[in-house]
Write a protein that binds this ligand. Sequence first.
Ligand code: HEM
Length: 432
Amino acid sequence: MSKKTGGSGAVGTTEAGSTVPGAGSGVSRRRLIGGAGAAGAAGLVLGAAGGAGGYAATRGDEPAALTTIGTTVAMFHGKHQAGITTPLQARGHLVAFDLAAGAGRREAAALMRRWSAVAERLMAGEPTGDDTGVARDAGPSSLTVTFGFGRAFFTRTGLEARRPAGLDPLPAFSSDHLDAQRSDGDIWVQIGADDALVAFHALRAVQREAGATARVRWQMNGFNRTPGATARPMTARNLMGQIDGTGNPKPGESDFDQRIFVPAGGPAAHEWLAGGSYAVVRRIRMLLDDWEQLPVDRQERVIGRRKADGAPLSGGSETTEMDLDKADADGRLLIPDNAHARISSPEKNGGAAMLRRPFSYHDGISDDGTPDAGLLFVCWQADPFKGFVPVQRKLDRGDALSPFIRHESSGLFAVPGGVAAGEYVGQRLLEA
Ligand code: HEM
């Protein structure tokens, strides 16, 4: 019997009889994640029922036995690309490529075709033609490879007329300390897997396949907690020690798709993006030396939630709604005015919401002796100017977390919808 985990929701688990070829022999249980369809719907229901830990926690069943980590498969084909609603993976690589001088639409189309073919094979746990062998012996380990296009891609390929307004430049924020070399890029690739070698293997395959068509502009490497490390599925913690991901929109909520995915039926020029999404990527450094000096009760007031269990300071457990009006006997708000979770909440932003799906990073110690560590913040939404931008504007003006973080790079990418068998990612843009 194989094990199949939810569709575009990818949060629940249901038993299913199918198996996926190529994930290694002698495997008696496989778990499938991603893809749309019946299994997805079942996953959503189970995910909603069992979603106590919020989106990021919802692997949806008992902690995975070690043997299931390697065998879990994310579906390459489907309504949406994998890697958006797929549960957080333990390892991640974010890479931006620029098209090489002289490469235009034709070369970009050929590259996307090659990359899609490689991603499909690797996500199924199959070797590529000139395989390096790095991932030999491992199953697909929830590998996802997700592709997006930056604003400049449309200029390079002569497709400006089909560039959506969602790719307009993000506004500057007063607290930005952005490094242009590590920002933006023509094509963005997000790789995630629950095994470091599987993730590296995919990264090398993608880099090699770029050939002379595109060169790496920047690369960032991240990680999350390994599934199975906790006794029960839990929302992840970030490097400040906070439970992070609780307030995320959940697959299965009635407005989830509307908030996260670009609907069909927009202007014809942008139809290629139907079923897609926008990713805002920010490398956010955490000033950990300062943060770690704060007593825990002050840390909790910065966020508005308890550190130990993520419960709002207004009471209850992690999944209890924040009561933003609740005050103590002296009339002081329990969730302070400048608390991060208050300021960023949809309630305080005209309903603006995004799906945060980050990786942590640690790149050693900087020249000043402080850790170069933080969050590779990736958030997904149907429209970045209704999701990330208004929320970040507000955070920029008075978030209690601001003194402890620094936005060091930024990217905005339009991520096409998923593809059917025989199609490659971006084909509807590049060949229409
Ligand atoms: C290093 C930087 C950041 C850290 C450490 C951080 C941490 C947290 C934590 C601990 C929570 C509460 C738990 C949760 O609901 O997930 C939270 C909530 C949230 N954060 Fe952040 N955050 C960071 C940056 C950002 C940025 C840049 C944005 C968007 C512009 C953002 C948007 C949100 C949203 C929308 C929520 C949920 C609010 C709600 O619905 O209750 N965060 N964040």
